[in-house]
Design a protein around this ligand. Structure first.
Ligand SMILES: [Zn+2]
Length: 657
């Protein structure tokens, strides 16, 4: 290129001048470029990867000793002996990706006091520079084991996380109190666990107890996989109830409570919990445990929970679960949901969600089956067992249908994309739930499965239903609790085995839709339509009372909590249009101090009188008055029977004979 250009110059001087200019230019520009290049950061190489888990045997057994007696300070003290070979470089992992949470929710920030010794001498550990859940140790030449000590400093205040210890009870999750060697599938690492509990406390866990003495319970060795899957509830006040006698495998309801009188269980309540087990067997035609424990904490001191396992589940509910049975029906699908997970989620597991140990990332793409269909069967089994009346089940479906029919975020975000929420948002509070969406694969997923169930019932003229899918998909290998994984195509195949249809298209359409409303065809085919009246159902009202909220979602587009503070605002709803947000406090309504009843009366009045309504609201130290010209009154969701159509929803909720 340079030569061709030079031909255009008349004399040598000009050419030299040009060359000089060009050279300087090149030097200058290359110097500028050099300066810029050296100033811009470049990545340094990543450290060597941590050994990935392999499907090979682990030699030896880890001894794990947990002292759970310091309930005053909420501290679990751990002593652990990990077999090791002298001279080896070992990476110890703290569980990060927790089954059932579908997310990297391990709390390594709560691990304290980590001290490692070998033959009595201290061995320094170094945290991996990239993975903060990994600790590197070089085993001294003469050593055959690492003696590890640490504390799990569980939250003492709800702001730090879920409370798992109180003066009356504790919830021990083994993943919080164990370090394990990298390089092995967790099913190959054997652990011999023991736990010391406060004096005279009783406990329940799916683990097999070998001995109890001096407040210490020793359990038979299990794989790390089974250990993490077998948490413990223990308490000062404890009751164990048999739910399955006789039956193929023992099932117990293990209750811990803040006070002994909260465990007074009426015969009809026990009967409904027994019927839950019976109806689950009639649905699935199988069980996937050798014994099962529904761990239930009735408490407002320990943090709430609903977490599934193969042979148990952790359930935390309100203190008055038994004693004020009629007041809180909305708490009673918890046990049916978590029990169902033994089949759907634990035994049948999405192939991309199953991981070989607790530090390999999970992928959540099939949670609309794992959680969505569990949500569906949770409602169905609550109704079939008598934990709910038929009316409560219908009202619960109405509340779900209305909520998701108003989920405006569907415009930009598919149902399928919400399966990323456990990882993306970890249930942190969000300002615009209806727009951002939040784990909608649970309840919108449930509506998709209602849609599928009623479609099978319609196409087969009542001969078949989603019950047949449940039996065919979850009911295989009766008695086994070794997970069987599945893919999207397996789900389609299993549906087709029940009823020939283009299920691939059916599911893709609903998972990827940007339609304005929820998939409500299942309601219509079920013989009902979603309507709104100015009176809440008993189910809706009791849910409001329990959560101490005033739910005006379908009128003013907001939910009001304690002291008039908004806890939710509908995207582009009336409150949104007035600039109200979560956290805004309603101080007065038409010049009178805020009271929920008064606000509701005023909304009723403005529907008749045509008058407008003024709210004095407060954000921080800023007050302002907003005016609502709203005249549609209070609106609450209900289901209304469509005359002369089959009542398939009623059939779905009927107990199986
Ligand atoms: Zn669940």
């Amino acid at each position: 290129m340079l030569c061709q250009k030079a031909n255009g110059y008349s004399d040598m001087n000009s050419l030299l001048r040009f060359l000089l200019f060009l050279c300087c230019g090149l030097v200058m520009s290359s110097s500028v470029a050099f300066t810029q290049r050296s100033a811009l950061p470049q990545p340094i190489p990543m450290p060597a990867a941590i050994t990935s888990p392999k499907d090979t045997p682990y030699v030896g057994t880890i001894r794990l000793n947990v002292d759970a007696t310091d309930t005053e300070r909420h501290i679990y003290r751990v002593r652990e002996t990990v077999p090791a070979r002298g001279g080896d470089r070992v990476v110890l992992l703290y569980p990060q990706w927790l089954p059932g949470n579908h997310s990297p929710s391990g709390r390594v920030d709560k691990l304290g006091g980590l001290t490692i010794r070998a033959n009595g001498n201290r061995v320094e550990w170094v945290r991996d520079p990239v993975d903060v859940f990994a600790f590197q140790v070089v085993v001294p030449p003469a050593a055959s084991a690492l003696d590890i000590e640490f504390q799990y400093l569980s939250p003492v205040d709800t702001g730090e996380g879920r409370i798992v210890m109180t003066p009356e009870m504790l919830n021990l999750q083994w993943n919080a109190v164990v370090l394990y060697p990298a390089g092995y599938f967790s099913r190959h690492i054997m652990v011999e666990p023991s736990v010391r509990l406060p004096e005279s406390w009783q406990f329940a866990t799916a683990l097999e107890t070998v001995s109890t003495s001096g407040g210490t319970a020793v359990f038979a060795p299990v794989s790390l996989e089974t250990l993490v899957d077998s948490p413990m509830f223990a308490g000062r006040y404890f009751k164990r109830l048999d739910l399955q006698a006789p039956g193929p495998a023992p099932v117990h309801l293990d209750v811990v409570a803040d006070r002994p009188e909260l465990m007074e269980i009426k015969p009809e309540q026990l009967a409904a919990h027994r019927a839950l087990v019976e109806q689950a067997y009639k649905l699935y035609g199988s069980h996937h445990y050798d014994h099962y424990d529904l761990l239930l904490a009735v408490t407002d001191r320990m943090g709430g929970i609903g977490l599934e396992h193969h042979r148990s589940s952790e359930n935390g509910t309100i203190p008055t679960y038994f004693t004020e049975w009629d007041k809180s029906p909305d708490t009673r699908d918890l046990l049916p949901h978590e029990f169902t997970h033994s089949w759907n989620g634990k035994f049948r597991r999405p192939a991309d969600l199953w991981t070989p140990n607790f530090n390999v990332p999970m992928r959540d793409s099939l949670l609309w089956v794992y959680e969505g269909q569990t949500q569906y069967w949770g409602f169905v089994l609550a109704a079939r067992s008598g934990l709910w009346t038929k009316q409560q089940a219908l009202d619960a479906i109405a509340a779900t249908a209305a909520a998701y029919d108003h989920r405006i975020g569907r415009e930009w975000r598919t149902l399928e994309d919400t399966t990323n929420d456990p990882i993306a948002s970890s249930r942190r509070p969000i300002p615009w739930r209806s727009w951002q969406r939040s784990e909608d694969y649970y309840s919108e997923g449930q509506l998709v499965w209602l849609d599928a169930d009623t479609l099978v019932r319609e196409m087969s003229h009542g001969e078949r239903s989603l019950d047949d899918f449940a039996r065919g998909f979850f009911g295989i290998e009766d008695g086994s609790y070794v997970p069987v994984t599945y893919t999207f195509d397996d789900v389609v195949h299993a549906l087709n085995a029940v009823q020939g249809y283009d299920w691939n298209k059916f599911l893709h359409e609903r998972l990827e839709a940007h339609a304005s409303g929820a998939p409500l065809d299942g309601l219509t085919r079920g013989g009902y339509k979603l309507v709104y009246t100015d009176r809440p159902s008993e189910y809706f009202r009791s849910s409001e009372d329990r959560r101490r909220i005033t739910d005006l979602t379908y009128s003013l587009g907001m939910v009001i909590g304690n002291e008039g503070r908004l806890t939710d605002v509908m995207w582009e709803g009336l409150a949104y249009q007035k600039g109200l947000t979560v956290g805004t406090q309603i101080v007065a309504v038409n010049g009178t101090s805020y009271r929920a009843d008064h606000l509701k009366e005023t909304i009723r009045d403005t529907a008749h009188s045509g008058a407008s309504m003024e709210l004095l609201v407060k954000n921080g130290d800023r007050y302002r008055t907003v005016r609502f010209d709203y005249h549609d009154g209070l609106r609450y969701p209900h289901l209304e029977r469509i005359p002369q159509t089959p009542a398939r929803l009623d059939q779905i909720f009927e107990a199986r004979k």
